[in-house]
Design a protein around this ligand. Structure first.
Ligand SMILES: Cc1cc2nc3c(=O)[nH]c(=O)nc-3n(C[C@H](O)[C@H](O)[C@H](O)COP(=O)(O)OP(=O)(O)OC[C@H]3O[C@@H](n4cnc5c(N)ncnc54)[C@H](O)[C@@H]3O)c2cc1C
Length: 383
């Protein structure tokens, strides 16, 4: 057993840590206030090699391992939680396209994703199917050399700024989960419309709904085998869930660091706050909880790198990472007193942002269902 990161991984962490503190953190609240997606920073992340971590070198990425991708999620999370979507989405989409897309799609899209020139989202959720993702109703009907897509996707990250989406639709509605296929759908195709939301947090991520009215997608844009889309993406979730845990933990650890500095200086009743156990013990509790989940996340990423099963680890991290992080940031906000309740400080935004990923990519219950199925057995599958 070796818990050490490689020299290369440590160097990469240092580069991202410096970038995050110097270039992301000072502007973290700006994009939220202005309601803007900082596309130039997606490009900057491309230059730093962050977007192409899970994209093979021949398509403009670095083909890095999952542990290195986790380091990026954690460090970018310290500076700007909303930019961690670039780490997580690009890793998930990079893997799905590299493994399952046609060569034409790979040549066209992967280098652009790696460079940060194009933003691609993933659209599964629908108004009547969230946790029950197999219950989607959007359809894709084969008509000559195109599929004709109809339906509505909801809650989709980067909906308002995405250049394309991996959209899941039923190609054989009678087959249930087995009848779902995935398509790379450029956002500018006729019949595709997008409407943004007024979200509580993750504002620069531009979440929204996607409406499809007879959208014609070339057959070559189908990703993988027909009727196999559901199973392709489920495997990808095992990666994105580990990364989400780490991006939340990055934001929470940064909040703890800032709060530790505050309680050393701020005095009440003639003593620094840090001298009171009622202040130091909650900090210790949150730090401990976050560390436990962090190492479970790196264990999951290591298992994935070895090609070993890791769904249980991944779901446990997705369940508790965002939850412990939101709890920690909430406590930090309280320990900083009333100024932290204003928009002068980043804590209120971090709390709003992190809560989003208690839902996105699967709620606590959805992840507990995965663990129950694995731990107790398929025949006792929780529904
Ligand atoms: C910030 C954010 C980003 C997102 N990004 C994307 C994206 O990029 N692409 C995408 O496709 N989707 C995205 N989503 C949507 C997200 O994946 C869904 O919201 C999520 O899967 C839950 O689905 P739902 O909202 O329909 O809730 P529902 O499925 O209706 O669930 C509502 C509540 O009931 C609980 N519940 C449901 N079924 C059960 C059960 N069997 N047992 C116990 N409890 C249950 C859930 O845990 C939840 O608390 C995003 C959501 C958010 C908030």
């Amino acid at each position: 057993m070796n818990f050490e990161f490689t020299e290369e991984q440590q160097e990469f962490r240092k580069i991202l840590s410096d970038f995050s503190k110097e270039e992301l953190l000072p502007n973290y609240t700006k994009w939220d206030r202005e309601g803007l997606t900082p596309k130039h920073l997606w490009k900057k992340l491309g230059e730093l090699g962050v977007n192409g971590l899970r994209i093979p070198e021949e398509y403009g990425g670095s083909g890095a391992d999952c542990i290195t991708t986790g380091i990026a999620a954690e460090e970018i999370g310290r500076g700007d939680f909303n930019l961690t979507y670039a780490v997580m989405l690009n890793a998930l989409i990079g893997e799905i396209l590299s493994k399952h897309a046609s060569d034409e799609i790979k040549q066209l899209w992967l280098p652009q994703i790696a460079s940060g020139n194009k933003i691609v989202g993933i659209a599964i959720t629908e108004p009547s199917a969230g946790t029950d993702a197999g219950g989607i109703q959007s359809t894709a009907r084969l008509d000559g050399d195109v599929y004709v897509l109809n339906g509505e996707k909801s809650g989709i990250s980067v909906a308002t700024c995405g250049d394309a989406f991996i959209i899941f639709a039923k190609t054989s509605p009678d087959l249930g989960n087995r009848g779902i296929s995935a398509f790379l759908v450029p956002a500018d195709l006729d019949g595709l419309e997008v409407k943004g939301y007024e979200d509580m947090g993750n504002i620069p991520v531009g979440r929204g709904s996607i409406y499809m009215h007879d959208v014609k997608v070339p057959v070559s844009n189908r990703i993988g085998l027909e009727n196999n889309g559901f199973y392709q993406v489920m495997n990808g979730f095992d990666l994105s869930r580990l990364l989400i845990g780490l991006q939340c933990i990055g934001a929470a650890m940064q909040s703890l660091d800032e709060t530790i500095e505050h309680v050393k200086i701020r005095e009440s009743f003639g003593k620094p706050l840090a001298k009171y156990q009622a202040v130091s013990f909650p900090i210790v509790t949150h730090y401990t909880q976050l560390e436990l989940v962090k190492w479970q996340a790196y264990r999951g990423l290591w298992l994935r790198d070895q090609g070993l099963k890791h769904s249980r680890e991944s779901s446990s991290v997705k369940w508790l990472g965002p939850k412990y992080s939101a709890d920690a940031i909430h406590e930090c906000l309280l320990l900083n007193g009333h100024y932290a309740y204003t928009k002068e400080m980043p804590l209120e935004q971090r709390l709003r942002d992190v809560i989003g990923l208690e839902i996105g990519d699967g709620t606590a219950q959805a992840n507990q269902m995965v663990i129950a199925k694995d731990l107790i057995g398929k025949e006792f599958r929780t529904v």
